[in-house]
Design a protein around this ligand. Structure first.
Ligand SMILES: Nc1ncnc2c1ncn2[C@@H]1O[C@H](COP(=O)(O)OP(=O)(O)OP(=O)(O)O)[C@@H](O)[C@H]1O
Length: 335
């Protein structure tokens, strides 16, 4: 369960959410008991290796789960109301109006045969009930908001640069006035300069519109730049959650520590991303106990047998036996 002190101020609550995917008759758990709360205007980074469940968590919130996904436990609440995330039709009125998504690779998401102004105007007509004229006016305003001159709206997607197309995707995501925007690796396909511009834009829009931002990334340095808070996922679970400043200064979970150590740092001559030793877990044959224990340099006996729950630790939360108060005494004795 999520911390009840968060409830009143929260815009979004994800509470004990577990999602399985069925594939060729086999069901595998993609996220397992994920719980967190998000406040209006907060920027949270969701970080973890490929397959850790970041996108599944995000798609559940946005009501965009794939048809073979099944919510096996838990719920998502928006402004205190339970969302029908496993019912595609019932989710329709909530989609894009409460939470919207900026995907990576805008070229795939945009329709190549329509002018961009039309593509931005479309959701305004469908979701906000605007006339074509009103929707076109709003689309032009949205283009200006994301730094594209309104007259460029007459262009087709292929006539724009990658950065401009990603700005169009952001404009589309804002079309129905959501209060939460999820960026799913929104800058991955872009060069570093354009990446910085897009992240800056997201930060500016966030404060201008009081948007809550969930930024999905493999890249902790992106999080350091634009988020207040970071949640680290491993094998479908949140293993650490806390303020960016605290987590970077003093990571608690050994996996977080390895992720931070892996960031290249030219200042100390570290030029390459250092991979984390061992293989990511196979979700069909999850290790017993803490799923990270086979790769964990600090594992102790209990880690192989008992699943650590995500517990409050300082200002944040961590799921690690080394940080349970009773274990801390034992560890300090042996240190
Ligand atoms: N539609 C699907 N059908 C079956 N399995 C899926 C589906 N989508 C995701 N999965 C599986 O669920 C697990 C979590 O995937 P998810 O995409 O949420 O992780 P992720 O952390 O976002 O990874 P990435 O960074 O690669 O996008 C993975 O094992 C993945 O293979």
């Amino acid at each position: 369960m999520i911390d009840s002190s968060h409830h009143k101020a929260s815009l979004l609550e994800v509470d004990g959410l577990s999602i399985d995917y069925g594939l060729k008759g086999i069901s595998s758990r993609a996220i397992d008991g994920v719980s967190f709360a998000l406040r209006a205007g907060e920027a949270v980074g969701l970080v973890g290796e490929s397959g850790s469940g970041k996108t599944t968590t995000a798609m559940a919130i946005a009501g965009l789960l794939s048809p073979n996904a099944r919510v096996s436990s838990g719920e998502v609440r928006y402004r205190g109301n339970r969302l029908p995330i496993d019912d595609d039709a019932a989710m329709r009125p909530h989609r894009w109006t409460e939470t919207s998504v900026v995907f990576q690779g805008a070229m795939n998401a945009l329709n190549p045969v329509h002018r961009i102004v039309k593509q931005i105007a479309e959701p305004c007509m469908l979701k906000l009930g605007m006339s074509r004229g009103e929707a076109t006016g709003r689309a032009r305003e949205l283009l200006e908001l994301v730094g594209i001159p309104a007259d460029r709206g007459a262009a087709y997607p292929h006539e724009l640069s990658g950065g401009m197309r990603q700005r169009v995707m952001i404009a589309m995501a804002l079309a129905c006035r959501p209060s939460i925007v999820i960026g799913d690796e929104p800058t991955t396909a872009l060069d570093v300069i354009t990446q910085a511009q897009i992240l800056k834009l997201l930060g500016e829009l966030r404060s201008q519109l009081n948007l809550a931002l969930i930024l999905i990334t493999h890249d902790l340095s992106v999080v350091a730049e634009c988020c207040d808070r970071v949640m680290i996922m491993y094998a479908g679970r949140i293993v650490e959650d806390g303020a960016v400043s605290e987590i970077f200064a003093k990571p608690k979970h050994p996996y977080t520590r390895l992720l931070i150590d892996a960031i290249p740092n030219p200042a100390n001559g570290k030029k390459m991303i250092r991979p984390i030793p061992g293989d990511p877990p196979n979700l069909l044959t999850r290790p017993s106990g803490c799923v990270f224990h086979p790769r964990c340099p600090s594992a102790i006996g209990i880690c192989a047998t008992e699943v650590p729950s995500l517990e409050k630790c300082g200002q944040g939360r961590v799921a690690c036996h080394l940080h349970r108060s009773s274990q801390q005494d034992r560890v300090s004795v042996h240190a």
